[in-house]
Each structure stands twice: as C-alpha cells, then as structure tokens.
Design a protein around this ligand. Structure first.
Ligand code: NAD
Length: 319
C-alpha cells in the first residue's frame, strides 16, 4: 500500500480509501458478514482510511462500520459526516451538529473521529455553512471529538468558496475526477494545494457507472453519460481488462488527492480494487476510452440549491 499526506494535517492516508456507503445498502442489499469481512481484509491489506456518514442507509452504514471496527479502531483514520440525514433532509445548524457527532460516535463505538465533515453543503445556505456550520465543527474539534474538520459536496467551486472564508482542514469532492470527468483539477485542486488543504477524491467509478453492474436507478447523471460509461465497460471487457481496475488506476495516479475513496462491501471487491494499485493500463486502451468519453467529458448534473451550482458546470449542463 502507498500512503500520501493529507494536506497539512500531518496524517497519511492509504491512496486507496474504503468508502462505506455501500454498507448502508445504498447500491444493493449487502450481506453484513461479507461487509465485515471486507472491512477486516481492507485493514489487513493496509487500507487505513474509512469514510462513512449517518446519511448512508439512515445510520445503517455507521452501525455496521462501527461493529466491524471493534478492536481495530486504532488502526484506521475514520471519517464521518453531519448535516445530511436523508435524500431531502438537511440540518447544518450548530445544535443539530452537536447532537449528530454524539450519535455518530455511539454508532461508531469510538470517542472521536479523525475527520468530521459537513455533508453535501450545496444543499445548504452558503452563509450558514460559513458562519455557523464550520465554526460548530471547530467547536466539536476543540472538544476532542474530531481531530480534523472538512466539507464535502459536488460543486467544486462552492467547496473552495466556503473554505476561502471559513478555513477547513480537508475537502472531499466526488464524481469530479475520474475517467468521465476531470474538472476538479481546474476548479478545486490547484487552490486546495496552494492552501495545504487536504483533498479526498471520491467515486472513482462514477457511482457505479464504470462497473459491470452499471449505474443504480437513482443515479443523477444524464443518460448519455451512463451510455458512454457502459460502452467503456464493454470495451474494457472486450480487451480483457477489468473496468473497475482501469477506472480506479486512473484516479490513484492523481498527484495531490491523498486518497481515492471507492465504495466497497464484500471481500471480492476489496481484492479487485487492491489489484488496481499495481495495474498497468495499456495506453492504446486508454486512448480508446478517451474517444468514447469525449462527447460527454466533464458533463455534470444539478445537485443542491441552484444558487450554489458552479457557473461553469451550469453552462456545460445547458449546452
Ligand atoms: P464509487 O464510484 O466508488 O462506486 C461504488 C459502486 O461500485 C458500488 O456499487 C460498489 O459496489 C461498486 N464497486 C466497487 N468496487 C467494485 C469492483 N471492483 N467491481 C465492481 N463493482 C465495484 O461510488 P461511491 O461509493 O459513491 O463513492 C465512494 C465513497 O466516497 C462512498 O462510499 C463515500 O464514502 C464517499 N462519497 C462521499 C460523498 C459525499 O460526501 N458527498 C459523495 C460520494 C461518495
């Protein structure tokens, strides 16, 4: 396993991170035993970064991860979130956050998390996030319940805009840097790097689009993106390459993101994703993939309040 510094935090994360949203049955029903085995295998293979949220499976993912980490807590860097509790349920107030962290700590069976993040901030009021939410996270940090704090979400410019006014230690960006899209590196990475803010890149498989199983029914991407992703998967299979390994390999090479978070829930997936660490992708295959993706490259979808959308992203969606 390789490890990279998380900005200026002094913490090193495994380049491959364990996304625990599938433990909440977000993509499909998960076998709890297999999920636990997946967590244990990942730790034994050197994966030290685990990311979860009370939102995933309405607390189920935190419950399952907490149980699986029992006796292993000190071997991992544990991240959870607050502020999002359902598809349409958000509360970024300081009062809710104070309760939220205590509930998460109980489910995760620990007295502190390493990283506490405001979850999907584009669904909130940016002034509230800056003036109330981030200060509340700092207060929780001072209480020793979180070592570091951060924000997560979809529009990279908004994440940077928040951190400019209310500094955070870490930013988690998802579905903005993988085979289908790389605009994180235009809208967020250079600035985050210049500030020493830790960067985490999530959803290297574009939330399932770049897997044999394809996108889940709730996936918000336009059909053209899903179709192109399916053609990439077909091409990889025809060429004898594992599509997930190819997609993950692309993200693991990122020069600044400390960890790439991939959602996993069984030992087989953990083994496959570990293979990506040493995989060599045929440059000719990569060129063919780029040709397929070209017509939909960097296409985004709406997420959160309209006023929080990245201007460039909105323009691209409309075009
Ligand atoms: P992803 O791109 O990692 O795709 C996950 C899907 O791919 C799941 O269905 C999983 O079962 C499947 N998969 C994983 N490995 C596979 C393999 N080897 N072969 C076939 N299928 C495989 O998307 P994600 O899970 O949404 O993102 C990863 C993690 O990042 C999440 O679990 C979460 O921890 C984090 N995340 C955070 C936010 C946020 O904070 N707003 C948003 C998205 C993701």
């Amino acid at each position: 396993m390789r490890y990279r510094s998380l900005g200026n935090t002094g913490v090193s994360l495994s380049v491959l991170g364990f996304g625990a949203s599938p433990l909440g049955d977000v993509f499909r029903v998960t076998d709890p035993k297999e999920a636990e085995q997946a967590v244990h295998l990942a730790i034994d293979q050197g994966i030290n970064f685990f990311d979860v949220s009370p939102y995933y499976g309405h607390t189920l993912a935190e419950e399952r991860l907490g149980k699986a980490l029992s006796g292993r807590r000190n071997r991992v860097i544990l991240a959870t979130k607050c502020g999002r509790y359902g598809a349409d349920s958000f509360d970024f107030s300081s009062g809710r956050l104070e309760k939220s962290i205590n509930e998460s700590l109980a489910r995760l069976q620990t007295d502190h998390v390493d990283l506490l993040q405001a979850h999907d901030v584009e669904f909130g009021d940016i002034r509230q996030i800056i003036e109330e939410t981030v200060p509340a996270l700092r207060q929780i940090q001072r209480q020793g319940k979180a070592r570091f704090i951060g924000v997560t979400g979809y529009p990279p410019r908004m994440l940077a805009a928040i951190a400019q006014e209310a500094p955070v230690d870490v930013i988690l960006s998802y579905c903005r840097y993988n085979l289908m899209i790389t605009d994180m590196d235009v809208l967020l990475t250079p600035w985050a790097r210049s500030q020493g803010i830790g960067l985490i890149n999530a959803s290297p498989l574009h939330m399932g689009i770049l897997t044999e199983g394809g996108a889940p029914a709730w996936h918000p991407a336009p059909q053209s993106v899903k179709d192109a992703g399916a053609r990439v998967v077909e091409l990889c299979k025809r060429e004898g390459a594992d599509p997930s390994v190819v997609a993950l390999r692309f993200c693991l090479d990122h020069p600044y993101a400390a960890s790439t978070l991939v959602g996993m829930s069984d030992p087989q997936q953990v083994r496959e994703n570990l293979r990506a660490l040493d995989a060599v992708i045929d440059p000719a295959l990569m060129l063919e993939i780029q040709e397929i993706v070209k017509p939909v490259k960097d296409v985004v979808w709406a997420s959160g309040r309209p006023e929080n959308a990245d201007r460039a992203a909105t323009e691209k969606t409309r075009s």
